[in-house]
Design a protein around this ligand. Structure first.
Ligand code: TYD
Length: 135
């Protein structure tokens, strides 16, 4: 069974609405070098299909919901993200796929490094070889 690490960020809600703040090395365990988000996802689409050698991330579905498939080469997990203040931590060496996006879903990602294509493993068999060699 793959152990999943979730972060629950404190919402600073009042009569005006909700607000969440996330600080690097305090609320998440890394420098936040990059933030990106995806929305308007085509219904039924599945994306991701890669792992990272170094990158750590926290994924938050800040609107709507989606699911994340995780695979460390041995075990898998399915995680529903449906709360704007709850994030999923994904360490390096973890295969991920994102799916079941609702039409209104906005998936935001906080990332520990700048975009670097050489950090990606985009082939599943290569990923299995990589983690088995490392382990
Ligand atoms: P891609 O890796 O295909 O997305 P996903 O993993 O969600 O399937 O990224 C889509 C495009 O966006 C691709 O052309 C690379 C580009 N991109 C950046 O330029 N910077 C980034 O930080 C990310 C995540 C992607």
């Amino acid at each position: 069974m793959l152990e999943v690490k979730m972060y629950e960020f404190t919402p600073h809600g009042d009569a005006r609405g909700e607000l969440v703040s996330i600080e690097e090395n305090k609320d998440v365990p890394f420098d936040i070098k990059r933030c990106y988000y995806m929305w308007n996802t085509t219904p039924g689409v599945r994306r991701g299909f890669h792992a990272h050698k170094q990158l750590e991330q926290v994924l938050l579905c800040v609107h709507g919901s989606c699911k994340i498939h995780l695979d460390n080469g041995t075990d898998t997990a399915e995680v529903l993200l449906d709360k704007p203040n709850v994030g999923l931590y994904i360490a390096n060496d973890m295969w991920r796929e994102m799916y079941d996006f609702t039409e209104d879903a906005v998936l935001m990602v906080l990332a520990s490094t700048y975009y670097d294509e050489s950090d990606y493993i985009r082939d599943y068999d290569a990923f299995l070889q990589y983690v088995r060699k490392e382990g």
